[in-house]
Design a protein around this ligand. Structure first.
Ligand SMILES: Cc1cc2nc3c(=O)[nH]c(=O)nc-3n(C[C@H](O)[C@H](O)[C@H](O)COP(=O)(O)OP(=O)(O)OC[C@H]3O[C@@H](n4cnc5c(N)ncnc54)[C@H](O)[C@@H]3O)c2cc1C
Length: 400
């Protein structure tokens, strides 16, 4: 039998934003919680590090709206508890060719959910942003008020601090190598690479790009969650124009649909630089990263030049940062019970497909609900279940 220092109500494996937010939720509910991380806390080798993530309510899929709106509230509540800001307000601006299906789905969802928004043609866009943003004549733009920037490393640190304050135990440099059902008594055993063994009633696995590997080891299931190395680029704003692109100047967070799919933020983290990146990545092994492959710079440079007409220097990005996506075939998350012999005692949260950060407070709430109560309100889990990969041709389990 493990000593009491090795027995917990809930063990959470993986201390990125999802695991840290979940640990805060379970500890807040009075559960004896352990959060285990394979590297140093706040490391830069996963998906949750860096200086900015966008938040927007304008999803083409209807079912993300309520999760984003819940997350706005939970971000605010967490900020109030910790006493500092991780969210910086901006409007959202979505653009694309006027016949782009995603853009039209976004407009439909704005109407359906009464999100205040404006649909603008190219001349209205030029006027609205006083020439700071330009779109081609056959494009449309949609402005809406639910945008903004979240500071990722600071937000992960916030959730970890809040979890600690609520009594959670946090341990880093603890790689989990196996999870087994305790055959002798009810519960779960969690084994680490340094030979320690922990017991818990319930377990949540939030290991990001390592999900496919760990789940395969634990129960043989091959989830179609593909790690991809993605890169973000920072571009220099020409001298004298910096303030016009800064957060708070009414310059928005933005997404440009079609090919290439591009997104960006107002200038915030590095004065005089603006983040403009491509929503894409190259398949990788999270333990053998290429570190820096895969920026399709020609298309990105062309886009920067076309949208900012020389005000942002499109000749070269001045900085690049590397990160990992965990892509599913349909780009929807994987939130479910692991099932099999674990039944409902092990819950997994992964496959966030490059768009999970904004919703991490709601994901933490949902994962905590699922593992503690066996169900979660306020979310239609059918979009996120493992079983969809067998049912949906788009999400064929064999696709990766
Ligand atoms: C370039 C880029 C831009 C993005 N932009 C946005 C954006 O604008 N808006 C948005 O909403 N989202 C965005 N995202 C997505 C968002 O950042 C991710 O969805 C989110 O960070 C995923 O968090 P996670 O906790 O699942 O994964 P991670 O942060 O990778 O956390 C998983 C953790 O598990 C640990 N771990 C793995 N295996 C083990 C093990 N065996 N034992 C113990 N620990 C283990 C890892 O070390 C890691 O710390 C972006 C992602 C990238 C890469």
């Amino acid at each position: 039998m493990e000593d009491s220092g090795h027995q917990f109500d809930v063990i959470i494996v993986g201390a990125g934003v999802m695991g840290s937010s979940t640990a805060y939720q379970t500890a807040k509910r009075g559960q004896k919680t352990l959060l285990l991380e394979q590297f140093d806390f706040l490391h830069h080798c996963g998906s949750s590090h860096g200086e900015s993530r966008t938040i927007r309510a304008t999803y083409p899929e209807d079912y993300y709206y309520s999760l984003v709106m819940e997350s706005y509230k939970l971000w605010q509540q967490a900020e109030a508890q910790i006493g500092y800001k991780v969210y910086f307000k901006a409007n959202q601006f979505d653009i694309g060719p006027s016949d782009d299906n995603i853009l039209h789905a976004i407009i439909d969802n704005c109407r359906k959910h009464s999100i205040p928004h404006e649909v603008l043609n190219w001349s209205q866009v030029t006027e609205k942003f006083s020439g700071r943003f330009n779109i081609p004549e056959n494009w449309l733009g949609v402005t809406s008020e639910f945008g903004g920037v979240i500071k990722p490393t600071k937000a992960v640190s916030m959730f970890q601090t809040l979890a600690l304050q609520k009594g959670a135990i946090l341990r880093d440099n603890m790689e989990v190598v196996d999870i087994k059902k305790d055959e002798d008594r009810q519960g779960i055993l969690v084994f680490t690479a340094n030979g320690e063994k922990f017991w818990c009633k319930k377990c949540v696995v939030t290991v990001g790009a390592w999900m496919k590997k760990l789940v395969k080891t634990v129960n043989g299931l091959e989830l179609p969650i593909q790690p991809m190395e993605a890169n973000v680029c920072y571009w220099r704003i020409k001298e004298g124009n910096e303030a016009a692109y800064a957060i708070g100047s009414n310059f928005p967070t933005f997404a440009s649909f079609g090919d290439p799919y591009i997104y960006g933020t107002p200038s915030l983290e590095y004065p005089g630089l603006i983040k403009i990146a491509m929503h894409r990545g190259d398949p990788c092994d999270p333990d053998k990263r290429p570190w820096g492959s895969g920026v399709a710079l020609d298309a990105l440079k062309q886009w920067v030049e076309g949208r900012f007409k020389g005000i942002v220097d499109s000749s070269e990005p001045v900085a690049k940062q590397s990160c990992m996506y965990s892509m599913t075939p349909d780009e929807d998350y994987v939130i479910d019970f692991l099932g099999g012999e674990f039944e409902t005692d092990v819950v997994i949260g992964g496959g966030f497909s490059g768009h999970g950060f904004k919703i991490s407070p709601a994901i933490g709430r949902i994962l905590a609900d699922l593992v503690l109560k066996g169900e979660a309100n306020g979310v239609e889990l059918k979009h996120f279940r493992i079983a969809r990969f067998k049912e949906n041709p788009k999400g064929n389990l064999k696709e990766f």
